[in-house]
Design a protein around this ligand. Structure first.
Ligand SMILES: *Cc1c(COP(=O)(O)O)cnc(C)c1O
Length: 446
């Protein structure tokens, strides 16, 4: 395992109250130029970022527990990624793979065939965003099966484009008043151990399958799409056995099983992909976020016979698999191997879960602690109930930011704090961030 070195000092250091004066100036300019519909978790403007820190325009150094939503797993400026991007940009930034192809695209697809679950023959296509990958996975599944219905789950998040809004579960802020939505999307109950009475995975899957068979009919279903650990919906880890039972039913019924690993992929959960944990082999897997060290790239990888069912020209796009993004992905994958980032993710999980476990004994507002590897969450409730406490969650996140620690909230009920640190974060820095977070929880939840 290669030692990690950093360009920026790995420390939390505040020189101003947050947001500082330069950030406030930019917020004022932004209000006059950027559409109000684009939110920001932290109104501090970035100037530099490396390893586990983001330095803002006022010179404050913040600890990053968000990684730009699970994107900068290898850090936001890893030297190998920077060198690969620079080198590629000096040769060509674009030709369009569907006009004049290039090797980096092919190489990324070769890597994806090797890294994704299953040793069947695979084919891949590259795109720009997670939503675009999801849209295309559904296109392939519908064409290959000749069926139309798509099954998604409660608390799902699959993106913000029209089809993916339909697949996403949460109305506000993602869907409200943006309809009409794409048809033939059916929502089924998700295994959510904290809120379904701890139903075991097989029983939860049997319930979903019964509803699919009765409400849609197996022979109409093109695909089941599911996040193996749900992201925006609350870092919900389904009970053991849930995913394998759904995958097995899909196989038996000619239904394409799509794992949306846009957030869970590329070492985040302590495996290369979250499906690996239970040995689930999806027919198609969607990937984005952590794939390219921060450059916009997404992909779908699937069984050769499904993917190659599509006629030439049916899949693609102007920018999909941009050469600079492909160069970044190849470098990021190499870094993940060099540093054994899946192992580092597991280590981050051990450290954080030990801290949270202690805290939960003293803080009854902690309803649930869950996650895997470096994808971790705390769900807040009113003590003694499962009633969500979104106000407490918002206060804790705001206090962390004030103290120079960037966290994210999530969940259908807005009552979950999630941790997605860059996987290259040092243990001392991680410890310090957890101390700030735990103190904020004690302060407001005592
Ligand atoms: C973020 C996310 C998406 C959408 O990705 P974008 O790049 O924002 O379009 C889709 N699925 C999951 C599971 C995600 O976390």
């Amino acid at each position: 395992m290669t030692e990690i070195s950093y360009r920026l000092p790995q420390k939390r250091a505040l020189t101003t109250v947050l947001p500082g004066p330069r950030s406030q100036e930019l917020t004022a300019r932004r209000k006059a130029a950027v559409a109000a519909g684009v939110g920001s978790t932290a109104p501090v403007y970035a100037a530099d970022a490396d390893g586990g820190v983001i330095v803002d325009v006022d010179g404050n150094s913040l600890i990053d527990l968000a990684a730009g939503i699970a994107v900068t797993n290898v850090g936001a400026s890893h030297p190998k990624v920077v060198a690969a991007v620079t080198d590629q940009a000096q040769h060509f930034t674009h030709t369009c793979f569907v006009v004049t192809p290039y090797e980096a695209y092919v190489k990324v697809c070769e890597e994806l065939a090797a890294l994704t679950p299953g040793d069947h023959e695979k084919r891949s296509v590259l795109f720009n965003s997670g939503a675009e990958a999801v849209e295309n996975a559904i296109k392939v599944a519908r064409l290959a099966t000749g069926r139309t219905a798509v099954v998604a789950f409660d608390h799902a998040y699959h993106g913000r484009t029209n089809l993916t809004m339909a697949l996403t579960a949460k109305a506000m802020p993602y869907k409200t008043n943006f309809g009409p939505f794409a048809p033939e999307v059916y929502r089924m109950p998700m295994s959510y151990p904290f809120r379904d009475g701890g139903l075991d995975g097989k029983a939860a899957a049997a319930e979903a399958i019964l509803r699919i068979e009765k409400q849609i009919g197996a022979s109409s279903v093109a695909a089941i799409i599911i996040e193996p650990i749900q992201g925006e919906g609350g870092f919900i880890v389904p009970a053991t056995g849930f995913l394998p039972a759904l995958a097995e039913w899909a196989r038996a019924n000619g239904v394409v099983f799509i794992a949306d690993e846009v957030q869970t992929g590329f070492s985040r959960t302590g495996d290369w992909f979250a499906c690996d944990h239970e040995g689930v082999v999806p027919d198609i897997i969607t990937m984005a976020k952590g794939i390219a060290g921060g450059m916009p790239l997404s992909a779908i990888t699937g069984r050769a016979e499904l993917m190659d069912a599509v006629h030439a020209g049916g899949l693609g796009g102007t920018y999909g698999g941009n050469p600079v993004a492909c160069a970044a992905a190849l470098a990021a994958i190499e870094v993940m191997r060099d540093y054994d980032l899946p192992a580092r993710a597991r280590r981050i999980g051990e450290i954080a879960l030990a801290r949270f476990g202690e805290l939960a004994q003293q803080v009854p507002a902690i309803g649930d602690i869950r996650g895997r590897g470096a994808m971790l969450a705390i769900e807040f409730v009113r003590p003694g109930t499962t009633e969500p406490d979104a106000a407490l969650t918002a206060k804790v996140a705001a206090r962390c930011l004030e103290q120079g620690v960037i966290t994210l909230t999530c969940g259908t009920f807005g009552n979950v704090i999630r941790l997605l640190p860059p996987l290259v974060i040092g243990e001392d820095l991680l410890d310090e961030a957890l101390t700030v977070l735990c103190a904020a929880i004690e302060e407001f939840a005592a």
